[in-house]
Write a protein that binds this ligand. Sequence first.
Ligand SMILES: C[S@@+](CC[C@H](N)C(=O)[O-])C[C@H]1O[C@@H](n2cnc3c(N)ncnc32)[C@H](O)[C@@H]1O
Length: 215
Amino acid sequence: MDYSKHQEYFETAYRTGSDIWTHLPMKDRGKLLMEQLPKDSFILDVGSGRGLFAKQLVEAGYRVIGIDFEKNIVKKTNEDVKHWGFEGKLKFVEGDALDIPFTDNSFDGVCDFGLMENLYEEDWNQYASEVSRVLKPGGFYLNTSLSRETQNFFEFYPKGSLNGEFQKYDMHYHFFKKDEMKNIFNHELNIVEQNIEFVGKPDEVALLETLFQKK
Ligand SMILES: C[S@@+](CC[C@H](N)C(=O)[O-])C[C@H]1O[C@@H](n2cnc3c(N)ncnc32)[C@H](O)[C@@H]1O
């Protein structure tokens, strides 16, 4: 699928500061992954955006690489790394989640906050095999995506919808069910834990958090 419209959307959002997802009030973001990985583990943040979660991981003692296909935010976050004093521990790289620019078995952990929900179904398998490929055997993957339990998202009602598919401003969204998420990665990753957390206006948006381990 061609994601150039998505790329334009993200470029505009970061340039104008309308990237509302960056500041989602998510309780214990990444806790499930950090509980599994010893300090100094090497983590890949796929779709790293403004890099604030990657920064948090470095503050907690991890070494981190973030990839994002929006090149301006990658440039900006690499400048931030210098100001944060995290050179050698944190780096951002321009790259596509469907063709991750790293060799097999490179990372102890991989995380995705809000990238996979924008992929079309035809790309889910490619994405799952890329995430699994770069993860070391026994490594952990934390996926946080929009949940089908969401009540209302820009006047779309995922919970009552036929298939959780939604399109707005040239952006595609998918709202995942627990089993759907499990089945996409089932071939190479075992599920460890799955939770749903409500964020935003009281109980309107739900996030599905799934921790996997590579077989
Ligand atoms: C909703 S934002 C989330 C950003 C960040 N993870 C956070 O929680 O603030 C999704 C991010 O994924 C990036 N992205 C979307 N599709 C991508 C792809 N196919 N490859 C790489 N990055 C992608 C976007 O540029 C954007 O920065």
